[in-house]
Write a protein that binds this ligand. Structure first.
Ligand code: ADP
Length: 499
């Protein structure tokens, strides 16, 4: 199958969150399964620095773009690069005016005010590049609001051209909290007729909504876990889009993300002081734990349970309920390490807690891939008490690294972490701890259960081994995406036959 993946983030080139891990891992897995995959992303300046060295040089394709954005015609270029050890073609949509910025979407907690224009240019740029490069894809896979316009452009404009007449589209929702909502006048930037600015298509309470646009026009929609696929059809988790998602229910599939085991594998991870697998876990983890404690300037103690968290510091991630039981947590004999960046309130709060409790708490504010790996390996337990969590990757990385996750049972956390209840322990399925209510007391009780289990070595070993021995690889998820792609393509063929 010929597949085009369009995304605003992909590791190692550009990343603010899980989207970046997912797009690259999916693209690599599909390539390994024998499919012809082209990955498109904007050409951010970080790409030169973060690409994987000289073997992945950025070169010209000789393809120039001229894209209508409102009343202007904007030019651009298509560049090409690659990923080491992969057949994957990586194309970069270059327009310095839009992408030569310090960050991807926002600086100092304020969104770039031309985000709508930036990603309309990208969405149109991808389709135009696909046409000019004569890629003739069977399927275009868009991700999140940044590429939500692509299914609409494909349906309303490009499908009229013979090369695109059979092309299906899939939109994946990685997080419904980000919808790409802009004032109505930005509709003119899309180049689509105002008649599509209505509540059944692109309009959402008077605004242009690019995620809704993608949901409405995509042949198939996926989201990143089966539980989240159900949750987003409810008022509580639907962020206002639950009616449209319910309406499209038959086309909506939840597929749990996998783990890119070339990036996240304790046996091979170059960031670790000592590599380990399930057999060498005890010595490997002890070395990683001691290194992490040293690095974070905590007392180096083998016996103390070390809990970690790597996360965007956002309301979504449960920092308020952590704060709500911080005193009780610190009354236990444990250490906490945090790595993250985002909301200033949480950054300041955690720094203050660390200053006041230097023996127990350490915080690094910033984005640090290497430290994220060291935390996954060095900790005994991993905290993920999210208010909502479409899939979540860190709980799966934790399972792979023998670090027991403590999570709220929502979204992908509910689909990957099996609580250490007596019944689940007996059946050998338990791999972590989960709680239901979004309350400090519920989190605290789960942490206390984990601390108790930590003191029962056989039980702890069982939890760790269960997590480490499960197949979290992308091959499993990639096959499910292929089923959805096939449905999308069949849908286009049926539609064409009916016309
Ligand atoms: P989300 O996409 O909502 O941010 P996920 O758990 O799906 O959450 O993915 C987050 C990804 O970003 C993980 O790979 C995590 O390790 C990484 N990450 C988040 N914050 C940081 C940080 N400050 N430094 C390094 N990696 C981070």
């Amino acid at each position: 199958m010929k597949i085009v993946i369009a995304t605003s983030e992909a590791v190692p080139f550009a990343k603010t969150g899980g989207l970046a891990d997912v797009t690259t891992a999916l693209a690599k897995s599909l390539t390994q399964l024998g499919h012809d995959v082209s990955l498109f992303l904007p050409y951010y300046p970080q790409i030169q620095a973060r690409g994987a060295g000289a073997s992945c040089a950025v070169e010209s394709t000789g393809t120039d773009l001229s894209i209508p954005i409102g009343t202007h015609q904007r030019s651009g270029r298509i560049l090409r690069t690659s990923l080491p050890d992969s057949e994957l073609d990586v194309y970069l949509v270059d327009q310095p005016l839009f992408y030569d910025r310090r960050e991807l979407y926002r600086e100092n907690n304020v969104d770039y005010q031309d985000n709508c224009e930036r990603f309309i240019f990208f969405s149109r740029g991808v389709l135009e590049a696909v046409r000019q490069l004569d890629l003739q894809p069977d399927l275009i896979h868009a991700h999140d609001w940044q590429t939500g316009l692509i299914p609409a452009l494909l349906t309303l404009e490009y499908s009229q051209q013979p090369d695109f007449a059979q092309t299906g589209s899939v939109l994946t929702i990685h997080n419904l909290a980000f919808q790409g909502q802009f004032w109505h006048w930005d509709m003119t930037l899309t180049g689509l007729d105002w008649k599509h600015f209505n509540w059944r298509e692109m309009e959402f309470y008077g605004h242009l909504n690019l995620l809704k646009t993608g949901i409405v026009f995509a042949d198939q929609i996926t989201t990143v876990s089966p539980t989240y696929a159900r949750e987003i059809q409810t008022k509580e988790h639907g962020a206002g889009l639950d009616p449209v998602l319910k309406f499209r229910e038959e086309r909506l599939t939840g597929i749990l993300n996998g783990v890119d085991v070339t990036e996240w594998n304790p046996a091979l991870d170059p960031h670790l002081t000592k590599n380990y697998d399930v057999e060498s876990l005890a010595t490997g983890k002890a070395a990683c734990k001691a290194e992490l404690q040293r690095l974070m300037q905590l007392p180096v103690r083998k016996d103390v349970p070390l809990l970690g968290m790597v996360s965007r510091m956002a309301d979504q991630k449960g920092f308020d309920i952590i704060a709500g039981c911080m005193d009780e947590l610190l009354a236990e004999d444990l250490q906490l390490v945090f790595l993250g960046t985002g909301d200033e309130t949480y950054e300041k709060y955690l720094r203050q807690v660390a200053d006041e409790n230097p023996e127990q708490v350490a915080v690094t504010v910033g984005f640090d891939e290497g430290l994220a790996h060291k935390i996954e390996a060095g900790c005994d337990m991993y905290l993920m008490p999210s208010r909502f969590e479409p899939c979540g990757l860190n709980q799966m990385y934790s399972l792979v690294y023998g670090t027991v996750p403590i999570v709220r049972a929502v979204g992908g956390l509910a689909d990957s972490v099996v609580d250490a209840s007596a019944a689940n322990l007996r059946s050998g399925l338990a791999n972590g701890f989960s709680f239901e209510e979004y309350k400090p007391a519920a989190l605290l009780s789960a942490v206390r259960r984990a601390l108790d289990a930590y003191n029962v070595p056989d039980q702890w070993q069982q939890l760790v081994t269960t997590g480490m021995s499960t197949d979290w690889s992308w091959q499993r998820s990639a096959k499910r995406y292929l089923d959805v792609y096939a449905k999308a393509i069949a849908g286009v063929a049926n539609r064409n036959a009916d016309e």
